[in-house]
Design a protein around this ligand. Sequence first.
Ligand SMILES: [Cu+2]
Length: 683
Amino acid sequence: MSEFSHQSQYEDLFFSRRRFLEASTLAGLIAVPRILERQVAAAEGDPREKTRASAVPQHPLEPLTSDEVTLAVETLKQGRKLGDSFRFVSVTLDEPPKREVLEFLPGSPFSRRAFVILTETAKEVAFEAVVDLRAKDVRTWKQLPVGVQPPIMVDEFIECEAAIKKSPAFLQAIKKRGVTDVDMVMVDPWSAGIYGTELPEEQGKRLTRALCWVRSEPHDNGYARPLDGIVVVFDLNKMAVLRVEDYGVIPLPPEGANWAQPYLAKPRQGLKPLEIIQSAGPSFEVDGNEVTWQKWKFRIGFTPREGLVLHTVSYQDEGRERSVLYRAAICEMVVPYGDPAEKHFRKNAFDIGEYGIGMMANSLSLGCDCLGTIRYFDAFLTDSRGGSVAIKNAICLHEEDVGLLWKHTDWRTNQSESRRSRRLAVSFIATVGNYEYGFFWYFYQDGSIQSEVKLTGIMNTTSLAKGETADFGVEIAPQLNAPFHQHLFVARLNMAVDGVQNSVYEVNTVSIPRGPLNPHGNAFRAESTLLASEAKAQRNVNSSSARFWRIINSSSKNRMGRPVGYRLVPGENCPSFAQPDAAVMQRAGCLSKNLWVTPYRAEERFPAGEYPNQNPGGDGLPKWVAADRSLEQTDLVLWYVFGHNHVPRLEDWPVMPVATLSFTLKPDGFFSQNPGLDVPVMG
Ligand SMILES: [Cu+2]
């Protein structure tokens, strides 16, 4: 297209393996500011950085290197004589036992194992393997029960789309809608879920229920034109169409809607450059995957399923390195849609458990939303054939000025001081079909840690017949409907507040009834309740009691003689609106509460179970907590469930402005006073 000024670069991108990410990559290419390019270059040679991410891992928690991923694949292929019918879903660091990590001394030997998930497309079964990378042998090899379906692979996306586009039944269905150029059709392989109404031909199969849209020309935003009513039921093992469901023709919406720069009228005027200059370099240091910044120290990890992981987070306090978290990650997310129509009700994507958010991480080498001096980390994954895949610059690390840290003016003496607040941001951005998710962790100088999710990208769309009203969505452009839906996330926080023995209290602020305790009617106070066991630790947010949770260590006392703690402060949240007996809630029972607490078990990793794809339910948190294990002064995991309820706006179209939601871990009696008092005035 002549409108595009850098056509050759675009062509390279389009033919890349991650073709389905083209829209977001394009946006990044267009948007990259020159100042950013320059500062990235500066960061590459920054003398404060001790080493690049090590080619040879120096710590038990470093993610697998590219060489280790290849070694794991080759060891398995040879050791198990794997033929072409095997596909590699993921190759991840098999995280060593906690004791091994906590007792590790730099320079001493440590184990390296890879955890591998595979599918076997001929026998239609899946496997788990653990490969010892030191001994170069297959330590465990396990066939999973028939019917267990690992996450959908990126290669399956691409192959599925290509196969569907060759299906005569599909070509017939699009022709009925006036579409003859199949190259313009976009096929998104939605996870099929499981609803108990599956036909015999589907049962036990590795399925997707693909939905389609059509572009008017190659760079057009296809999501403006849903090929509504077509659902392709597809077998991912056989790479074959099982059937094309057709719920009736609805004419394509009449308008296009594009967001890419070449389509737009001239940009708004008046914006002057805002340059972030860090002439002396950044204030952080990076050693392999270990980051130190402003008394914080932690390790960066990355998995194909969760993307960014934080390990061993600690804070340097008057010469003591005090632990806060052992491991933190957003470990599941579900996007349930509210439209009950037969063709739409199965839209309940588990973007982490059914796809893998790390697998869909953007490469930020072409620019990202970060300004300043940036340090990137690469991610090393596999394609489905075991080929090494590097997502260059998958993780972004940089500092941000975030306004005031503290200020006071003594109005009598005119003594006035204030400090700027700076935070360290660690982030990655994933594209899941039409949507973008940015996952950010922020570290602050007052001892707080914040987890923030940024939602952007393109809303999922359906069509409306002329004159039809949108009962379960909002008509965002003529005859184009954006359905009501939710984005629900689960954070897994393995706490370590001054060590691994912790307890959790819920704190509610209560108004005291009039009486001897409250003669003037003004009385209220914060009341703490121990969440002593798993049955008691299934809680919801409650703004009417300003509820928060306090994670304490009763064997570590602060200067007032009380247990040290951190509080989990909720941010935006919403309940799930699906009925409790709806399939999605059976499969993701973890969504029924905002907070769960469990004793740490290494194998209890994912709140909807290890394999949520086509899983009828019952796995994960609701199953584990049935044991009602004790939670007092023990190694604890907090599972915080937080959600954004998306009632679409016209302003969310054609690409939505970032919506953010977050929660914060704030020190609560962990320090003796404001830990940011010593932040210097910066001239
Ligand atoms: Cu949304």
